[in-house]
Write a protein that binds this ligand. Structure first.
Ligand SMILES: Cc1ncc(COP(=O)(O)O)c(C=O)c1O
Length: 399
């Protein structure tokens, strides 16, 4: 057994990040300024998006994107329940209503067929209050965007991509964030494959949406703080819209610039680890490794393994057995996690939004047997072997 605990996630930061951050500290300008502007343009170039706006978090990106698209009180937004709290929370910020739509069994991403049915029903009940759909590229596997955008187009819905896990994934040869949808929202949270500690990015092909998002990040003021507070700048500004405080400081953007330069290397390492896992688990009848459809490059932000009956570390209830599996890995010094308990099963959504078990049967069936394994570029070959050995030991009930 491993002598030390292998954490579930760990950022890959080093000398390059330190140099970038030191430059900011020495410059005397810590908040949003030249580094954030460079991070925006380099990120936009990397994903092939016409516009990018750096923000304080992935949650802020979703929030501002919805505001910029005109979503407001009592509007209805369709989304997947198989996601983190932030996706639907951004809808709730606006006093709009999230409606959960079931997922596809292989990728666990929003199902175009289920979206079609849900949109037709929601249109009958909510009329023109039905405004948008948020598609989440779960774990870094892109959604069926052609399917989803075709359905959204038929029902007149704006499409927001929650790309929190999806840098640097591609869909049919196009990087996620290129402009597949109205807006894409990335997260650079501490556990993400590209991190700025906390941070996010909005990308879009729509210049007006980008401009609106940029203004909303800083109190609805018509000029950014760099131009207002930089040398020889005028103090004058005008509040022209109801804004928020959601800008990305240069300290964080500096980290992002260094991370962006190493993004391909880090992605290659994660892909290699995912391939090692796939090879090791292929022969295990009790495990369902994650799929990567042939028309995508998976970002491998997360490794979502699913257990079959034979792999259960205890009990016949899949959820209890999965929990026992996670605990058994922890006893072997391997950090694991679970992604995600579907949002419609959480108390808030049951009590306040009338969600019920049975609303999204595929999500409900699949999350109960899901275990996320460590997958990050700083893992050594021996870390990867330790995870594979520990999973094998638990599957086969070896001590
Ligand atoms: C799917 C998804 N969407 C949105 C977010 C929110 O991102 P942030 O933590 O940067 O606000 C997360 C965060 O982990 C996430 O996993």
């Amino acid at each position: 057994m491993r002598a030390t605990f292998l954490p579930f996630a760990r950022p890959d930061v080093g000398a390059d990040e330190l140099d970038e951050v030191r430059e900011v500290l020495e410059s005397g300008w810590l908040t949003t300024g030249p580094k954030a502007a460079r991070f925006e343009s380099e990120f936009a170039a990397r994903v092939g998006a016409p516009h990018a706006v750096a923000v304080a978090s992935g949650t802020a990106a979703l929030h501002l994107a919805l505001v910029a698209l005109g979503v407001g009180r009592d509007d209805v937004v369709l989304t997947t329940p198989y996601t983190f709290a932030a996706t639907a929370e951004a809808v709730r910020y606006l006093d709009a209503r999230p409606l959960f739509v079931d997922v596809e069994p292989d990728t666990l991403n929003l199902s175009p067929a289920a979206l079609d049915d849900a949109a037709a029903r929601a249109r009958r009940v909510h009329g023109d209050r039905l405004r948008a759909v948020i598609a989440v590229h779960l774990a870094g596997h892109p959604c069926d965007m052609d399917g989803l955008t075709a359905v959204a187009g038929r029902h007149g819905l704006a499409v927001v991509e929650d790309a929190a896990h999806a840098f640097p994934a591609t869909y049919r040869g196009r990087p996620v964030g290129t402009a597949e949808a109205s807006v894409a929202c990335f997260s650079f949270y501490a556990t993400k494959a590209l991190t700025t500690g906390e941070g996010g990015m909005i990308t879009t092909a729509d210049a007006a949406v980008a401009e609106r998002c940029r203004m909303l990040t800083l109190h609805g003021i018509d000029r950014d703080v760099w131009r207002r507070g930089g040398s020889r700048a005028s103090w004058r500004y005008e509040v022209v819209a109801p804004g928020y405080k959601a800008n990305l400081p240069d300290l964080a953007a500096a980290l992002g610039l260094a991370q962006l330069r190493r993004a391909d290397l880090m992605w290659k390492r994660r892909s290699q680890i995912a391939a090692r896992y796939a090879e090791a688990f292929a022969a295990e009848a009790a495990l369902d490794p994650p799929v990567a459809r042939p028309d995508v490059e998976h970002a491998w932000q997360l490794y979502l393994l699913r257990l079959r009956a034979g792999a259960r570390a205890g009990g016949s209830d899949p959820e209890q057995a999965r929990d026992a599996f996670v605990e058994a890995l922890a006893r072997r010094n391997i950090g694991a996690s679970v992604h995600f308990k579907p949002l419609h099963l959480h108390r808030y959504y049951r009590e306040r939004h009338g969600c019920r078990p049975g609303d999204c049967p595929v999500a409900e069936r699949e999350w109960r047997r899901e275990v996320s394994l460590p997958l990050y570029s700083r893992m050594t070959d021996s870390d990867v072997r330790d995870v594979i050995r520990a999973v094998g030991d638990v599957v086969h009930g070896r001590a």
